[in-house]
Structures are given as structure tokens and as C-alpha cells.
Design a binder for this molecule. Sequence first.
Ligand SMILES: Nc1ncnc2c1ncn2[C@@H]1O[C@H](COP(=O)(O)OP(=O)(O)OP(=O)(O)O)[C@@H](O)[C@H]1O
Ligand SMILES: [Mg+2]
Length: 217
Amino acid sequence: MASQNSSATFGRFIAIEGGEGCGKSTQIKQIASRLAKHGIDAIITREPGGTDNAEAIRELLLSGGDSRWDSRAEALLFAAARGDHVRNLIKPALMRGQWVLCDRFLESSRAYQSGGSGLSDAMILQLHDIGSEGFLPDRVLILDLDEERANSRVSQRDGEARDRIGGRPKEFHCAVRAAFKHYAQQECERIKLINAAADIDAVTDTIMDNLQDMIDA
Ligand SMILES: Nc1ncnc2c1ncn2[C@@H]1O[C@H](COP(=O)(O)OP(=O)(O)OP(=O)(O)O)[C@@H](O)[C@H]1O
Ligand SMILES: [Mg+2]
């Protein structure tokens, strides 16, 4: 279930999603400062991570060789980290009336851990039910960018360094992009596909258009 915060006393939970280098971390800061202009107090967090326990799991997930974890162990670790994050950071902040902007959430697990890995989308959703009681963002913004442009942005930022998941082959990242697009088609009210190829401020403008109904509510 979505956080379903109909009362203005509760915050809203927004997930920023998309592949490597599409601009999630850049946009999340832009969104927080635009929301502040509307008098909305938003906190920024990320997955895997956000709490001490989940950051410890992040280190396990992102370091080491690609074969360090098999797909089942990897999916379980993500679900465990997310459960801790939801219980100890996201829900308390929403209850205090803050908006929560989360850099990656469930749709990243669906796109990266199912498909080619041998796990089904239903399995990932089942793990989310167990780990986080099925808790969902009020809105998911998927930043969509072609693999070549995304890779060139990452290279400009990091040189040739990639983490354990970012270093997977081009075909993997293209499949991830297709999966993200599919989720936006399946749930077009809650999950929005944003063209991330434009310049930074233009992308933020599109994102804010897609949040306007919640800002006005
Ligand atoms: N709209 C844009 N146009 C051009 N460059 C951009 C744009 N958005 C972000 N960048 C640059 O591209 C690089 C990647 O952006 P960013 O780190 O925000 O992506 P990310 O999605 O958070 O990446 P990661 O998945 O690795 O965390 C950064 O150097 C950033 O300054
Ligand atoms: Mg980032």
C-alpha cells in the first residue's frame, strides 16, 4: 500500500528512480530546494542505505566482485536494508510532517534484481511485503536516459571507476531501463517517466509539474 497520507499533517514519500548516471542525486537536491520555496520541509535519503544498519548492508552490496552475492542473497539483502530504512527513518519522518525524497527504492530492486537474475517480479514484491509491509511511495519519478548518454555522464563524473552493479554490461543496463519504462506504463498515476536528457533545470521543471497536485493538496 502507498503511504496514503491524505492529511496535510503527514509528509509525502517520493522515490527518484532510474539507471546509473541519469541524474537522480542531482535532481533530488534540486527538488528539495524547489519544495522549500513552497514552504515544504523535505529530507533526502537513499537506498540501499539511509540508516546505520542499511548503510552497513549497502557496503556489503556494492563492494567486491560481481559474483560476490548470488541474485537471491542480493535481493534479500536489499529487502532487509529497505525494511530498516522504512521503519526507522522514512515512516517517522512522514509522521513528523516532513516529505521524504528517496534516491532509489522498490522499483530499483524490481528492475535490477528480477528479469535476467532468475528471480521474478512477484518474488521481489513478496520480499517487499515481508521486509517493509508492502509500503510504497506516494509518487515514483523515473528519470529516463539512454545508456550512451548515461555512461558518458558517469565517466565524466567518475572516470572509469564503477561499483559492483554499475560495472555490469551494457545489455544489463538496457534491460533495467526497459523494466523501469514498463512499470511507468503499468501504473501511470503513481509512477511517472521523466525525460532526463534535457538540461538540469529543465528536468527539474518537468519533475515539479509532476508533483504539483501533491503540492497543491
Ligand atoms: N541534466 C543533466 N545534464 C547534464 N549533466 C547532468 C545532468 N544531470 C546530471 N548531470 C551530471 O551527470 C553526472 C551524473 O549525475 P548524478 O550523479 O546526479 O546521477 P545519478 O543518477 O545519481 O548517478 P548514480 O546512479 O551513479 O548515483 C553528474 O556529474 C551530474 O553533474
Ligand atoms: Mg547518485
